[in-house]
Design a protein around this ligand. Sequence first.
Ligand SMILES: Nc1ncnc2c1ncn2[C@@H]1O[C@H](COP(=O)(O)OP(=O)(O)OP(=O)(O)O)[C@@H](O)[C@H]1O
Ligand code: SF4
Ligand SMILES: [Mg+2]
Length: 328
Amino acid sequence: MTTTARPLLSVRDLTMTFPGRRSRSAPVRAVDGVSFDLAPGETLGLVGESGCGKSTTGRMIVRLLEPTSGSIAYDGRDIGRLRQRELKPLRKELQMVFQDPHSSLNPRQTVARIIADPLLVRGASAADARRRAVELMELVGLIPEHVDRYPHEFSGGQAQRIGIARALATGPRLIVADEPVSALDVSVQAQIVNLIERLRRELGIACLFIAHDLSVVKRVCDRVAVMYLGRIVEIGAKELLYTAPAHPYTRALLSAVPLPDPAAERTRERITLLGDPPSPAAPPPGCTFHPRCPAARDICRSEAPALRIAVPGEARQVACHFPAVEAV
Ligand SMILES: Nc1ncnc2c1ncn2[C@@H]1O[C@H](COP(=O)(O)OP(=O)(O)OP(=O)(O)O)[C@@H](O)[C@H]1O
Ligand code: SF4
Ligand SMILES: [Mg+2]
Protein backbone atom coordinates (compact mmCIF):
# COMPACT_ATOMS: atom_id res chain seq x y z
CA MET A 1 0.00 0.00 0.00
CA THR A 2 1.39 3.41 -0.86
CA THR A 3 -0.35 6.56 0.20
CA THR A 4 0.36 10.24 -0.01
CA ALA A 5 -1.27 10.82 3.38
CA ARG A 6 0.96 11.65 6.33
CA PRO A 7 2.57 8.45 7.63
CA LEU A 8 1.30 7.18 10.97
CA LEU A 9 4.86 6.29 11.91
CA SER A 10 8.06 7.78 10.58
CA VAL A 11 11.33 6.40 11.87
CA ARG A 12 14.60 8.15 10.99
CA ASP A 13 18.20 7.06 11.65
CA LEU A 14 17.17 5.04 14.65
CA THR A 15 20.10 3.56 16.56
CA MET A 16 20.48 1.57 19.73
CA THR A 17 23.86 0.90 21.26
CA PHE A 18 23.92 -1.43 24.24
CA PRO A 19 26.91 -1.49 26.57
CA GLY A 20 28.95 -4.71 26.19
CA ARG A 21 27.62 -7.50 28.36
CA ARG A 22 31.02 -7.92 30.08
CA SER A 23 32.94 -5.03 31.62
CA ARG A 24 35.55 -4.62 28.89
CA SER A 25 33.63 -5.94 25.88
CA ALA A 26 32.81 -3.57 23.03
CA PRO A 27 29.41 -1.84 22.86
CA VAL A 28 26.81 -3.59 20.73
CA ARG A 29 25.26 -1.51 17.97
CA ALA A 30 22.06 -3.53 17.83
CA VAL A 31 20.25 -1.06 15.54
CA ASP A 32 22.31 1.13 13.25
CA GLY A 33 20.51 3.91 11.38
CA VAL A 34 17.10 2.41 10.61
CA SER A 35 14.61 4.59 8.68
CA PHE A 36 11.15 3.77 7.35
CA ASP A 37 7.56 5.01 7.19
CA LEU A 38 4.35 3.18 7.97
CA ALA A 39 1.05 4.46 6.59
CA PRO A 40 -2.18 4.25 8.62
CA GLY A 41 -3.54 0.70 8.32
CA GLU A 42 -0.44 -0.60 6.56
CA THR A 43 1.50 -3.72 7.56
CA LEU A 44 5.27 -3.82 7.22
CA GLY A 45 7.01 -7.18 7.63
CA LEU A 46 10.41 -6.91 9.38
CA VAL A 47 12.54 -9.93 8.63
CA GLY A 48 16.08 -11.13 9.33
CA GLU A 49 18.21 -13.70 11.17
CA SER A 50 18.42 -13.94 14.94
CA GLY A 51 20.26 -11.01 16.53
CA CYS A 52 19.89 -8.57 13.60
CA GLY A 53 17.99 -6.04 15.74
CA LYS A 54 14.32 -6.70 14.94
CA SER A 55 13.03 -6.82 18.53
CA THR A 56 15.17 -3.87 19.56
CA THR A 57 13.65 -1.85 16.70
CA GLY A 58 10.10 -2.88 17.69
CA ARG A 59 10.70 -2.15 21.35
CA MET A 60 11.99 1.33 20.60
CA ILE A 61 8.92 2.08 18.48
CA VAL A 62 6.48 1.22 21.28
CA ARG A 63 8.94 2.98 23.62
CA LEU A 64 9.73 0.03 25.85
CA LEU A 65 13.29 1.15 25.07
CA GLU A 66 14.65 4.66 24.62
CA PRO A 67 16.68 5.01 21.40
CA THR A 68 20.35 6.00 21.61
CA SER A 69 19.73 8.40 18.71
CA GLY A 70 17.37 9.04 15.84
CA SER A 71 13.71 10.03 15.77
CA ILE A 72 10.37 8.25 15.99
CA ALA A 73 7.51 10.42 14.75
CA TYR A 74 4.11 8.98 15.61
CA ASP A 75 1.19 10.83 14.03
CA GLY A 76 3.52 13.75 13.35
CA ARG A 77 4.93 14.02 16.86
CA ASP A 78 8.42 12.91 17.95
CA ILE A 79 7.92 10.35 20.71
CA GLY A 80 11.53 9.13 20.85
CA ARG A 81 12.46 11.25 23.85
CA LEU A 82 9.17 11.40 25.78
CA ARG A 83 9.34 10.53 29.46
CA GLN A 84 7.18 7.77 31.01
CA ARG A 85 4.54 10.23 32.22
CA GLU A 86 4.26 11.83 28.78
CA LEU A 87 4.08 8.40 27.15
CA LYS A 88 1.07 7.29 29.18
CA PRO A 89 -1.65 8.67 26.88
CA LEU A 90 0.12 7.09 23.88
CA ARG A 91 0.28 3.61 25.37
CA LYS A 92 -3.29 2.88 24.31
CA GLU A 93 -2.46 3.63 20.68
CA LEU A 94 0.80 1.66 20.51
CA GLN A 95 0.53 -1.96 21.53
CA MET A 96 2.77 -5.00 21.32
CA VAL A 97 2.13 -8.71 20.85
CA PHE A 98 4.96 -10.91 22.14
CA GLN A 99 6.61 -14.09 20.91
CA ASP A 100 5.93 -16.37 23.87
CA PRO A 101 2.25 -16.02 24.73
CA HIS A 102 2.32 -17.90 28.02
CA SER A 103 5.24 -16.00 29.53
CA SER A 104 3.67 -12.68 28.52
CA LEU A 105 0.39 -13.42 30.39
CA ASN A 106 0.14 -13.20 34.17
CA PRO A 107 -0.53 -16.80 35.31
CA ARG A 108 -2.41 -15.61 38.41
CA GLN A 109 -4.97 -13.51 36.53
CA THR A 110 -8.10 -14.73 34.76
CA VAL A 111 -8.45 -14.05 31.05
CA ALA A 112 -11.14 -11.46 31.85
CA ARG A 113 -8.68 -9.60 34.05
CA ILE A 114 -5.77 -9.89 31.59
CA ILE A 115 -7.75 -8.54 28.65
CA ALA A 116 -9.64 -5.89 30.63
CA ASP A 117 -6.68 -4.66 32.69
CA PRO A 118 -5.71 -1.85 30.28
CA LEU A 119 -9.33 -0.62 30.43
CA LEU A 120 -9.56 -0.80 34.23
CA VAL A 121 -6.30 1.15 34.47
CA ARG A 122 -7.96 3.84 32.36
CA GLY A 123 -10.97 4.07 34.64
CA ALA A 124 -13.54 1.75 33.01
CA SER A 125 -16.09 0.20 35.39
CA ALA A 126 -15.60 -3.49 36.24
CA ALA A 127 -18.84 -4.40 34.41
CA ASP A 128 -17.89 -2.49 31.23
CA ALA A 129 -14.37 -3.92 31.23
CA ARG A 130 -15.69 -7.46 31.59
CA ARG A 131 -18.24 -6.95 28.81
CA ARG A 132 -15.48 -5.68 26.54
CA ALA A 133 -13.25 -8.66 27.45
CA VAL A 134 -16.05 -11.03 26.41
CA GLU A 135 -16.52 -9.17 23.10
CA LEU A 136 -12.78 -9.29 22.40
CA MET A 137 -12.64 -13.01 23.15
CA GLU A 138 -15.29 -13.58 20.50
CA LEU A 139 -13.47 -11.31 18.06
CA VAL A 140 -10.23 -13.31 18.34
CA GLY A 141 -11.99 -16.70 18.12
CA LEU A 142 -12.03 -17.73 21.79
CA ILE A 143 -15.05 -19.14 23.61
CA PRO A 144 -16.47 -16.26 25.69
CA GLU A 145 -17.60 -18.68 28.43
CA HIS A 146 -13.90 -19.31 29.14
CA VAL A 147 -13.47 -15.73 30.34
CA ASP A 148 -12.86 -16.80 33.96
CA ARG A 149 -10.20 -19.38 33.16
CA TYR A 150 -6.45 -18.96 33.76
CA PRO A 151 -3.72 -18.87 31.07
CA HIS A 152 -2.43 -22.40 31.80
CA GLU A 153 -5.83 -23.80 30.77
CA PHE A 154 -5.23 -22.64 27.18
CA SER A 155 -3.03 -24.01 24.40
CA GLY A 156 -0.20 -21.92 22.93
CA GLY A 157 -2.35 -20.78 20.01
CA GLN A 158 -5.25 -19.86 22.30
CA ALA A 159 -2.88 -18.03 24.66
CA GLN A 160 -1.62 -15.99 21.72
CA ARG A 161 -5.24 -15.10 20.90
CA ILE A 162 -5.53 -13.80 24.48
CA GLY A 163 -2.37 -11.72 23.94
CA ILE A 164 -3.89 -10.30 20.76
CA ALA A 165 -7.20 -9.53 22.51
CA ARG A 166 -5.29 -7.70 25.24
CA ALA A 167 -3.42 -5.66 22.62
CA LEU A 168 -6.75 -4.74 20.97
CA ALA A 169 -8.54 -3.74 24.20
CA THR A 170 -7.52 -0.08 24.09
CA GLY A 171 -8.31 0.38 20.39
CA PRO A 172 -4.70 0.78 19.16
CA ARG A 173 -3.73 2.34 15.83
CA LEU A 174 -0.38 0.54 15.66
CA ILE A 175 0.60 -2.93 16.81
CA VAL A 176 4.15 -4.26 16.89
CA ALA A 177 3.84 -8.04 16.66
CA ASP A 178 7.25 -9.47 17.61
CA GLU A 179 7.43 -12.98 16.14
CA PRO A 180 3.86 -13.71 17.26
CA VAL A 181 3.87 -17.24 15.81
CA SER A 182 7.49 -18.40 16.22
CA ALA A 183 6.81 -20.18 19.51
CA LEU A 184 3.69 -21.97 18.22
CA ASP A 185 3.21 -25.39 16.60
CA VAL A 186 3.44 -25.16 12.82
CA SER A 187 -0.17 -26.35 12.59
CA VAL A 188 -1.52 -23.31 14.47
CA GLN A 189 0.87 -20.71 13.04
CA ALA A 190 -1.27 -20.17 9.93
CA GLN A 191 -4.42 -19.71 12.06
CA ILE A 192 -2.80 -16.92 14.09
CA VAL A 193 -1.33 -15.28 10.98
CA ASN A 194 -4.80 -15.37 9.38
CA LEU A 195 -6.34 -13.90 12.53
CA ILE A 196 -3.90 -10.99 12.57
CA GLU A 197 -4.47 -10.46 8.84
CA ARG A 198 -8.25 -10.35 9.29
CA LEU A 199 -8.16 -8.07 12.34
CA ARG A 200 -5.82 -5.53 10.88
CA ARG A 201 -7.95 -5.42 7.71
CA GLU A 202 -11.27 -5.12 9.58
CA LEU A 203 -10.03 -2.71 12.23
CA GLY A 204 -7.63 -0.70 10.03
CA ILE A 205 -4.73 -1.09 12.44
CA ALA A 206 -1.16 -0.51 11.21
CA CYS A 207 1.21 -3.33 12.07
CA LEU A 208 4.95 -3.95 12.24
CA PHE A 209 5.06 -7.73 11.88
CA ILE A 210 8.44 -9.17 12.92
CA ALA A 211 9.51 -12.63 11.78
CA HIS A 212 12.64 -14.69 11.12
CA ASP A 213 11.76 -15.66 7.60
CA LEU A 214 9.95 -14.39 4.58
CA SER A 215 7.36 -17.17 4.44
CA VAL A 216 5.58 -16.06 7.64
CA VAL A 217 5.06 -12.43 6.62
CA LYS A 218 4.04 -13.07 3.02
CA ARG A 219 0.33 -13.34 3.80
CA VAL A 220 0.01 -10.36 6.12
CA CYS A 221 2.23 -7.59 4.87
CA ASP A 222 1.94 -4.84 2.26
CA ARG A 223 5.67 -4.10 2.33
CA VAL A 224 8.71 -5.91 3.64
CA ALA A 225 11.93 -4.66 5.26
CA VAL A 226 14.90 -7.03 5.46
CA MET A 227 17.40 -6.38 8.27
CA TYR A 228 20.99 -7.51 8.51
CA LEU A 229 23.29 -6.62 11.40
CA GLY A 230 21.24 -3.68 12.63
CA ARG A 231 20.48 -2.14 9.23
CA ILE A 232 17.72 -2.36 6.66
CA VAL A 233 19.31 -3.81 3.50
CA GLU A 234 16.16 -3.89 1.37
CA ILE A 235 12.69 -2.41 1.82
CA GLY A 236 9.80 -2.19 -0.56
CA ALA A 237 6.54 -3.46 -1.98
CA LYS A 238 5.85 -7.11 -1.24
CA GLU A 239 5.34 -8.02 -4.90
CA LEU A 240 8.83 -6.75 -5.78
CA LEU A 241 10.64 -8.43 -2.92
CA TYR A 242 9.04 -11.82 -3.48
CA THR A 243 9.40 -11.93 -7.26
CA ALA A 244 12.62 -10.00 -7.86
CA PRO A 245 14.59 -9.51 -4.64
CA ALA A 246 17.47 -7.12 -5.33
CA HIS A 247 19.76 -7.68 -2.33
CA PRO A 248 21.79 -10.92 -2.23
CA TYR A 249 20.71 -11.43 1.38
CA THR A 250 17.01 -11.14 0.48
CA ARG A 251 17.61 -13.60 -2.37
CA ALA A 252 19.16 -16.07 0.08
CA LEU A 253 16.26 -15.68 2.56
CA LEU A 254 13.73 -16.11 -0.24
CA SER A 255 15.44 -19.24 -1.56
CA ALA A 256 14.73 -20.86 1.83
CA VAL A 257 10.95 -20.30 1.51
CA PRO A 258 9.27 -23.55 0.39
CA LEU A 259 7.35 -23.36 -2.91
CA PRO A 260 3.78 -24.70 -3.01
CA ASP A 261 4.42 -26.60 -6.28
CA PRO A 262 6.46 -29.77 -5.42
CA ALA A 263 8.04 -29.96 -8.92
CA ALA A 264 9.22 -26.34 -8.71
CA GLU A 265 10.41 -26.97 -5.17
CA ARG A 266 12.60 -29.91 -6.33
CA THR A 267 14.32 -27.97 -9.09
CA ARG A 268 14.71 -24.56 -7.50
CA GLU A 269 18.09 -23.04 -6.76
CA ARG A 270 18.83 -22.76 -3.06
CA ILE A 271 21.34 -20.18 -1.84
CA THR A 272 23.14 -21.36 1.28
CA LEU A 273 24.83 -18.63 3.24
CA LEU A 274 28.19 -19.49 4.75
CA GLY A 275 28.65 -19.07 8.50
CA ASP A 276 26.67 -17.03 10.98
CA PRO A 277 26.14 -13.25 10.96
CA PRO A 278 29.14 -11.43 12.48
CA SER A 279 28.77 -9.89 15.94
CA PRO A 280 27.18 -6.42 15.99
CA ALA A 281 29.95 -5.54 18.49
CA ALA A 282 32.53 -5.93 15.67
CA PRO A 283 30.83 -5.46 12.29
CA PRO A 284 32.99 -6.02 9.16
CA PRO A 285 34.11 -2.91 7.23
CA GLY A 286 32.41 -1.85 3.99
CA CYS A 287 29.22 -3.76 3.29
CA THR A 288 28.70 -5.73 6.50
CA PHE A 289 27.27 -8.62 4.45
CA HIS A 290 30.45 -9.02 2.34
CA PRO A 291 32.02 -11.99 4.22
CA ARG A 292 28.92 -14.07 3.37
CA CYS A 293 27.91 -12.55 0.05
CA PRO A 294 28.18 -14.69 -3.09
CA ALA A 295 28.29 -11.49 -5.24
CA ALA A 296 30.94 -9.55 -3.25
CA ARG A 297 33.65 -7.64 -5.14
CA ASP A 298 36.59 -5.47 -3.99
CA ILE A 299 34.60 -2.28 -3.36
CA CYS A 300 32.26 -4.18 -1.02
CA ARG A 301 35.09 -4.73 1.45
CA SER A 302 35.78 -1.01 1.90
CA GLU A 303 32.68 1.03 1.03
CA ALA A 304 29.34 0.67 2.77
CA PRO A 305 26.45 0.87 0.28
CA ALA A 306 23.71 3.40 1.08
CA LEU A 307 20.04 2.38 1.12
CA ARG A 308 18.71 3.88 -2.12
CA ILE A 309 16.26 3.45 -4.97
CA ALA A 310 18.23 1.36 -7.47
CA VAL A 311 15.69 1.47 -10.32
CA PRO A 312 14.03 4.89 -10.81
CA GLY A 313 10.31 4.80 -10.06
CA GLU A 314 10.48 1.48 -8.24
CA ALA A 315 8.75 1.22 -4.84
CA ARG A 316 11.81 -0.34 -3.25
CA GLN A 317 15.18 0.67 -1.79
CA VAL A 318 18.25 -1.52 -1.56
CA ALA A 319 21.66 -1.19 0.12
CA CYS A 320 23.96 -2.98 -2.33
CA HIS A 321 26.64 -1.86 -4.83
CA PHE A 322 25.47 -4.54 -7.28
CA PRO A 323 21.74 -5.11 -6.80
CA ALA A 324 20.21 -7.92 -8.83
CA VAL A 325 17.74 -6.82 -11.46
CA GLU A 326 16.28 -10.07 -12.79
CA ALA A 327 13.36 -11.98 -11.26
CA VAL A 328 14.01 -15.24 -9.40
N1 LIG B 1 19.70 -5.58 26.70
C1 LIG B 1 20.69 -5.89 25.88
N2 LIG B 1 22.00 -5.71 26.24
C2 LIG B 1 23.01 -6.01 25.40
N3 LIG B 1 22.84 -6.49 24.15
C3 LIG B 1 21.56 -6.68 23.74
C4 LIG B 1 20.42 -6.40 24.58
N4 LIG B 1 19.29 -6.71 23.88
C5 LIG B 1 19.70 -7.16 22.67
N5 LIG B 1 21.06 -7.15 22.60
C6 LIG B 1 21.86 -7.52 21.42
O1 LIG B 1 21.42 -6.72 20.36
C7 LIG B 1 21.41 -7.47 19.15
C8 LIG B 1 20.03 -7.41 18.54
O2 LIG B 1 19.12 -8.10 19.38
P1 LIG B 1 17.57 -8.26 19.05
O3 LIG B 1 16.95 -9.00 20.19
O4 LIG B 1 17.00 -6.95 18.69
O5 LIG B 1 17.62 -9.17 17.75
P2 LIG B 1 16.44 -9.97 17.00
O6 LIG B 1 16.61 -9.67 15.55
O7 LIG B 1 15.14 -9.66 17.62
O8 LIG B 1 16.84 -11.49 17.26
P3 LIG B 1 15.87 -12.78 17.48
O9 LIG B 1 15.42 -13.18 16.10
O10 LIG B 1 16.78 -13.78 18.09
O11 LIG B 1 14.74 -12.38 18.36
C9 LIG B 1 21.89 -8.87 19.51
O12 LIG B 1 23.28 -8.95 19.25
C10 LIG B 1 21.62 -8.96 20.99
O13 LIG B 1 22.53 -9.84 21.61
S1 SF4 C 1 27.36 -4.47 -1.57
FE1 SF4 C 1 28.62 -6.18 -2.29
S2 SF4 C 1 28.88 -7.53 -0.51
FE2 SF4 C 1 27.20 -6.14 -0.07
S3 SF4 C 1 25.41 -7.25 -0.68
FE3 SF4 C 1 25.98 -6.01 -2.44
S4 SF4 C 1 27.32 -7.34 -3.68
FE4 SF4 C 1 27.15 -8.29 -1.64
MG1 LIG D 1 13.70 -10.79 18.59
